[in-house]
Design a protein around this ligand. Structure first.
Ligand SMILES: Cc1ncc(COP(=O)(O)O)c(C=O)c1O
Length: 387
């Protein structure tokens, strides 16, 4: 694990606020009135770009972890995570044996997976599965009417334990009108009710992503399954506004991640000089240019060219010209005290100024989830501000 001193020797890195993840978790947990509710921290996709090793260490209060694919689950086990790990995505039939060996919980919605598990499980072994219900997201899952038959098939297969039932909401984040999510919840309850009748009610029932955790206590059941809020980011502006308007607790979420680099060259250009590929920017004045060793290969969106800012010595510096694979250029004319190897903030706070993931998302036409998730996993994640 890397701590902050390490950043001193690097050209670009991601800084993780060491106390924020568990703070955010406790804020989200307190959105539920249920004492003892389980908390499953979604750490897929390199913990939404934050560094999975760092995040599992900084989330000691998480009860479970969820990742997308088998290799991510195996990575958690290799890191020494002994808590329950749920795989949200499909595991190739040929690799089910590896999931069983690593005691990973599977999200299941294909009969073929049940049948193959029946073949690979050895006498005395158990594989815990969570059946995913399709309630209107149009993604993974089986329809509520299919649930009893599917669960019967699984329960009739020696070694399979149907531990969980889950679904995922399609339209909580993007709207102030939650009728669609309420409809999905009723569909999910329909599936649950059928299992109740047959006496095969699962032990762990979970549907709540961050927005549902914050806005809808009725989606909590006995486990929250949240991602973005743990990283201190709101799922959307609509979620924030809805939380304020329904008068529920508004969690105090603290952004976990900053993304930094250093100035690798400063030089002066006369008025009328072109900058970068395609000559898309021409200086309208004598310009003090800064060069930064970051580009789209690091996850810095190409649409930031001629539109984004970075922070240098607490001031905003515009990005000039196109974003290159490994470099960007910035305007330092109004920051005359900037010096070679000064720290530069691409995302995060510097004094009074802040570039949030939401601001960057607006610049490039996406959502905060994507901005942080696509920061290259090759950049070191260093922990700051902890104890
Ligand atoms: C199946 C599933 N559950 C939970 C989550 C967490 O959602 P959020 O990050 O909005 O909390 C995701 C995120 O993509 C997901 O795909």
């Amino acid at each position: 694990m890397l701590f902050i001193d390490y950043a001193m020797k690097h050209l670009k890195w991601v800084e993780i606020d060491g106390s924020a993840p568990d703070w955010n978790l406790s804020q989200l947990r307190s959105c539920s009135d249920k004492g003892g509710i389980l908390f499953c921290a979604v750490v897929k996709s390199n913990a939404y770009g934050h560094g999975v090793e760092q995040m599992v260490t900084l989330l000691p209060s998480a009860d479970w972890f969820a990742v997308n694919c088998l290799d991510e689950g195996l990575e958690l086990r290799a890191l020494g995570v002994r808590k329950p790990v749920l795989l949200l995505g499909h595991v190739l039939l040929d690799r089910l044996r590896e999931a069983v060996d690593a005691d990973l919980r599977l999200t299941v919605y294909n009969r073929e997976t049940i049948e193959e598990l029946g073949r690979v499980l050895r006498p005395g072994e158990t594989c815990r599965i969570h059946v995913k219900v399709e309630t209107g997201t149009g993604r993974q899952g089986i329809f509520p009417s299919e649930v009893p038959g599917f669960v019967d098939l699984a329960r009739g297969t020696p070694g399979i334990l149907v531990e969980g039932l889950s679904t995922h909401f399609a339209n909580i984040e993007d709207t102030l009108n939650h009728n669609y999510a309420e409809g999905q919840l009723s569909e999910f309850r329909r599936a649950l009710d059928q299992l109740r009748v047959t006496g095969s009610f699962p032990e762990v029932v979970h549907t709540a992503c961050t927005a549902a955790t914050i806005l809808f206590p009725e989606t909590h059941f006995n486990m929250l399954r949240t991602g973005i809020g743990l990283y201190g980011l709101w799922p959307s502006r609509e979620t924030f506004l809805s939380a304020r308007s329904v008068g529920r607790m508004v969690p105090d979420l603290r952004p976990v991640l900053s993304w930094k680099t250093r100035l690798v060259q400063i030089k002066e250009l006369p008025q009328g000089s072109y900058i970068g590929y395609g000559c898309t920017y021409r200086t309208s004045r004598w310009t003090r240019l800064g060069v930064l060793p970051v580009g789209y290969a690091d996850g810095y969106d190409r649409k930031c060219g001629n539109s984004a800012h970075v922070l240098v010595r607490g001031k905003r510096a515009p990005v000039l010209g196109r974003v290159c694979m490994n470099l960007i250029m910035i305007d330092l004319t109004d920051i005359p005290d900037a010096r070679l190897e000064d720290e530069v903030v691409l995302l995060g706070r510097d004094g009074e100024e802040c570039i949030s993931a939401e601001t960057m998302a607006e610049w490039v036409g996406t959502i905060n989830y994507e901005v942080v998730t696509r920061i290259s996993p090759f950049l070191p994640r260093v922990i700051a501000g902890r104890g």
